[in-house]
Design a protein around this ligand. Structure first.
Ligand code: GCO
Length: 452
């Protein structure tokens, strides 16, 4: 309550800046956090992280649609200064990145202190450059030994992630104030167990189809709750905010025939989790033939200090589809367009989910990922402006959005799609290892500059 009052006073007194941005007016509080988001595995690849489940997975025939392996990617781990200079050139004052568990604990129980020191030094460097770190503890990649133990298929494995979280938190929470436990539990479970195109690629466990999706989501939620509780107990008076990042992936139907399918998919990726966050009651798979799992633990408010929204699209489905979006479309008459993945640009969806979170969860909000794959840089600037307009409008309506992290800094490894998707604000030359700011990205730079 006290924090809420302080926050309201701060918002009331903070000078709100108006940006003359074409016909649109974008307004952000003075203390708004401007960021970019990355993931270590996607940027350091299997060369640096050979003990990751992803390094093992991508070697399998057919696992990666482009037939590539991640290799060195953008050599993120060994280029801290370059990363920092790139972030500064954008005018950003915060950076979301992941600490790679498979590098830190490549063998169960054996921590590599050098790697932990590396992240600690990186945090110091970020802070010295006026960039606030936001750390993600689990971003799809984890040690292969954890995968071989059954990862989140078994509740008893959660303790390994909790121990890792505790170790990193104790080392860095004197300086890192923003923490994400798990990135996109819904996507992790759906890709790994429902579609089976991410590791471990299992649709069937004990002959029960789809049951694993429900079990894995449930265990991820329990892992989050345990991480949160453990980290909070380690605070010792420090002020840290700990949250969960969820992708708000809702599917819409282009025609009535696809409605049962879109309802089902929305449930798998989003609704089952969101209902749980609202009520504390988990009834995953209920009525959806997913294998039933039930539990009652805590509501979002009791187990997170903020919600991280990852938002890209609300796919418009025209026929039964696989997760490669091949049967999705857009409404061109309404000014919509397709990105390269291809999914449609649907900025109003971001406004909708921000309002939904504000009303239903009542927690501070960070937009922890938003961005577009746009190889030719045809619409990046427009995408950025349109999505930030939604954020600005939601703030004007009273939603407590505290920051925005663009996905992502450089073109990088897009999981099962290899290097085919160009999400970078910087175009990355994988031969010379040189990043170049894209024209469209200047819109982000401009909006940030004018909001300060
Ligand atoms: C995810 C991730 C990122 C992706 C990004 C673009 O949503 O899968 O958090 O790792 O690269 O979303 O697809």
């Amino acid at each position: 309550m006290h924090r809420l009052v302080v926050r309201l006073i701060m918002v009331a007194f903070s000078v709100v800046t108006v940006i003359a941005n074409g016909e649109e007016n974008l307004k952000f509080p003075k203390d708004f956090k401007w960021g970019v988001a990355t993931c270590e595995y996607q940027n350091s690849g299997s060369t640096k992280c050979p003990d990751s489940n992803w390094a093992h997975w991508e070697q399998q025939e057919g696992a990666i649609k482009t037939g590539e392996i991640s290799g060195e990617s953008t050599c993120h781990y060994d280029n801290e200064q370059r990363t920092i200079q790139q972030i500064k050139a954008l005018g950003c004052n915060t950076y979301r990145f992941s600490v790679e568990w498979s590098l830190i604990e490549p063998i169960q129980g054996e921590y590599n202190e050098e790697v932990i020191d590396h992240y600690s030094d990186f945090v110091d460097e970020l802070l010295a450059n006026g960039i606030e770190p936001m750390i993600t503890l689990h971003h799809f990649s984890h040690p292969q030994w954890f995968e071989e133990l059954g990862a989140f298929e078994k509740t008893e494995n959660n303790k390994f992630l909790v121990l890792f979280a505790k170790k990193m938190f104790n080392r860095l929470s004197d300086r890192v104030k923003l923490w994400v436990t798990i990135n996109e539990p819904g996507v992790y479970a759906a890709q790994g167990y429902y579609w089976a195109d991410f590791p471990p690629g299992k649709k069937l466990i004990n002959r029960q189809v789809f049951k694993p999706t429900a079990t894995v989501v449930k265990n991820l939620m329990m892992a989050h709750a345990s991480m949160y509780g453990t980290m909070k107990r380690e605070l010792n008076g420090r002020e840290c905010q700990i949250g969960l990042v969820h992708q708000f992936l809702k599917f819409m139907s282009a025609n009535i025939l696809t409605q049962p399918f879109t309802t089902h998919l929305t449930y798998v990726y989003h609704k089952g989790i969101f209902e749980f966050l609202k009520s504390g009651e988990f009834k995953f798979g209920y009525r959806f033939g997913l294998g039933k799992e039930e539990m009652k633990i805590k509501k979002a408010k009791e187990m997170m200090d903020f919600i991280g929204i990852n938002y890209y699209t609300m796919p418009l489905v025209k026929a039964e589809m696989k997760m490669n979006f091949e049967n999705t479309t857009c409404d061109e008459e309404a000014g919509e367009y397709m990105t390269d993945m291809p999914f449609r640009a649907y900025p109003q969806g971001l406004g909708e989910v921000i309002r939904e979170c504000h009303e239903e969860l009542g927690l501070p909000i960070y937009i922890t990922e938003n961005g577009a794959p746009d190889r030719e840089d045809k619409f990046r600037g427009r995408w950025i402006r349109d999505h930030l307009k939604q954020v600005s409008d939601a703030i004007a309506d009273g939603c407590d959005v505290r920051g925005f992290y663009y996905w992502t800094l450089n073109d990088n490894w897009e999981w099962d799609r290899g290097y085919s998707q160009k999400f970078g604000l910087y175009e990355y030359d994988f031969e010379t290892h040189r990043p170049t700011l894209r024209e469209g990205s200047r819109e982000y730079v401009r909006i940030i500059r004018e909001s300060k």
